[in-house]
Design a protein around this ligand. Structure first.
Ligand SMILES: NC(=O)c1ccc[n+]([C@@H]2O[C@H](COP(=O)([O-])OP(=O)(O)OC[C@H]3O[C@@H](n4cnc5c(N)ncnc54)[C@H](OP(=O)(O)O)[C@@H]3O)[C@@H](O)[C@H]2O)c1
Length: 306
């Protein structure tokens, strides 16, 4: 690889909670115990105004109305074991997060493109029979449709979606990135996320609750040389997530989450051997799991960092 691009550090001006960094959510104050009340008040306001916008705190879009039942459903779901869909579980952050969540008693629905790493994860994960780990490609709309159909049949509709599957271009000046490689980054990171949302958000709407976590990056909030396709895709994820947040009804929330900097195949691709200087996936996963499980509806629309 060429020279390592600058570190994808978190953005400035964020509030830190423990090891995590939190931005300002669409719904203002974070981790207030009064969020249900706030949602109820906003629900009443919306009904009074005849407006449909929900998750975006009064944006211009018209979202579905599910009222306070969604908040109650979300609260009930947050109190017990959750079913978590994680895309990209064959290695890196997705695999480590799957293992950690399973260890804590949550059920994982996981996918990635090849069978062997899925089998290896099945062999290592706690309580394997509770999970649904399968081969699926986020770039394919029909593959995501089949996955959604399978989780309905298995009664494993996720409470939380972690859109983690991602790829990065080989370090290269923007004008030298081959067209197919640029396409792969866009197809995986942006359109892959959209494919998941297209088939899984409707299931969450029926359940009236759900937390959608789209993996962003420090490079979704800053930039670096030689990774323009990747930066563009993660800036897109930030925008997509904020728009989605404005469409969701009470009970559902969407968050853009930067994982920080973690030693994975992806980091090695852009940092070379200095990737080894960063935290391991095993060090990262407990922090990430705690943060993901603690997200609340008032984080809707926020850009957060593990
Ligand atoms: N590591 C970091 O420091 C860092 C920093 C910022 C953001 N992130 C983000 O965190 C996420 C995970 O990154 P990572 O570092 O763990 O990357 P990684 O080690 O390269 O792992 C990527 C995962 O995504 C899966 N994947 C790729 N294309 C897929 C597809 N089309 N369908 C299904 N699964 C697919 C891969 O599985 P298969 O290849 O087997 O399908 C693999 O499990 C990415 O969204 C990345 O942008 C990472």
């Amino acid at each position: 690889m060429g020279r390592a691009p600058r570190e994808p550090i978190g953005p400035q001006g964020k509030r830190s909670i423990g090891n995590t960094t939190r931005g300002h959510g669409t719904h203002g104050a974070l981790h207030s115990n009064a969020y249900e009340t706030e949602w109820e008040r906003r629900g009443e306001e919306r009904r009074g105004e005849g407006a449909g916008a929900a998750g975006g705190g009064g944006g211009m879009t018209s979202g579905p109305k599910s009222g306070v039942g969604g908040v109650a459903a979300a609260r009930a779901a947050a109190s017990g074991p959750r079913t978590v869909l994680i895309t990209g579980v064959s290695r890196g952050l997705g695999r480590a997060l799957a293992l950690e969540l399973a260890r804590r008693g949550h059920a994982v629905v996981g996918c990635s493109r090849s069978a062997e790493p899925i089998r290896s994860l099945e062999a290592e994960i706690a309580s394997p029979s509770r999970h649904f780990l399968t081969v699926a490609d986020v770039r394919s709309d029909s593959s995501m449709a089949e996955l959604a159909k399978a989780v309905v049949e298995r009664k494993q509709i996720p409470d939380i979606i972690v859109n983690n599957a991602g790829t990065i271009n080989r370090n290269n000046k923007t004008w030298n990135v081959p067209a197919e490689e640029f396409d792969t980054v866009v197809d995986t990171n942006i359109k892959g996320t959209a494919n998941v949302l297209r088939h899984f958000v409707p299931l969450m709407l029926v359940k009236k609750h759900g937390m959608i976590i789209n993996l962003s990056s420090g490079w979704g909030r800053s930039s670096a040389a030689e990774v323009a396709p990747y930066c563009a895709s993660k800036w897109a994820i930030e925008g997509l997530t904020r728009s989605l947040a404005k469409e969701l009804p009470p009970g559902l929330a969407a968050i853009a989450l930067s994982p920080g900097v973690v030693n994975t195949d992806m980091l090695t691709s852009c940092f070379g051997s200095s990737a080894a200087l960063y935290q391991s996936t095993e060090q990262w996963a407990p922090k990430a799991a705690t943060m993901i499980l603690s997200l609340s509806l008032e984080d809707n629309g926020a850009s957060l960092t593990v």
